[in-house]
Design a protein around this ligand. Structure first.
Ligand SMILES: Cc1cc2nc3c(=O)[nH]c(=O)nc-3n(C[C@H](O)[C@H](O)[C@H](O)COP(=O)(O)O)c2cc1C
Length: 139
């Protein structure tokens, strides 16, 4: 059973209210738990970034279902690769609305994701702190 991780970005068709986001999350978490999908979802100003991890066929099918979801469009897949071990093993779908973070935390998280997309989950997960992360991922 091959495990993969997929990272994509997309744009909401309409701005999502906190209630819209909660609904989306609640449903996703339930389904992901059953399907043994882990990962996280970030949202800010109408833009999504999501990481999905799990069994290859399950992740591919889910990504296709998400791609067809009319709540967003313009999905761009940044990463699809084999995974030896989950980076988000405890999260059926971690979530952050980046609007609620202060500026410093926002920068750190954006860099974590950029690093993740460039270097893969093992490297990004292994990076210990925001400052070291920004140093190693500033290239
Ligand atoms: C940005 C975004 C992320 C989503 N993430 C998930 C997810 O992680 N898991 C999931 O089951 N559905 C997710 N969905 C919802 C799916 O697109 C879909 O509505 C849901 O899986 C139900 O599919 P169905 O109506 O074909 O049964 C997401 C939707 C959007 C817009």
């Amino acid at each position: 059973m091959a495990m993969i991780t997929v990272v994509y970005v997309s744009s909401a068709v309409l701005l999502m209210s906190p209630t819209d986001l909660l609904d989306l999350l609640r449903n996703s978490r339930e389904r992901n738990h059953v399907a043994q999908i882990t990962g996280m979802l970030l949202y800010r100003d109408g833009n999504f970034m999501q990481v999905l991890e799990g069994e290859e066929r399950v992740v591919d099918a889910l990504q296709e279902r998400i791609r067809r979801d009319p709540r967003h469009r313009g999905m761009i897949c940044l990463l699809r690769q084999r995974l030896a071990e989950r980076a988000f093993g405890d999260w059926s779908m971690g979530f952050r609305n980046l609007h609620e973070l202060d500026e410093r935390e926002r920068v750190v998280r954006a860099r974590t994701l950029a690093c993740f997309a460039r270097q893969g989950p093992e490297t990004a997960a292994a990076l210990p702190s925001g400052s070291k992360l920004s140093a190693s991922c500033s290239r």
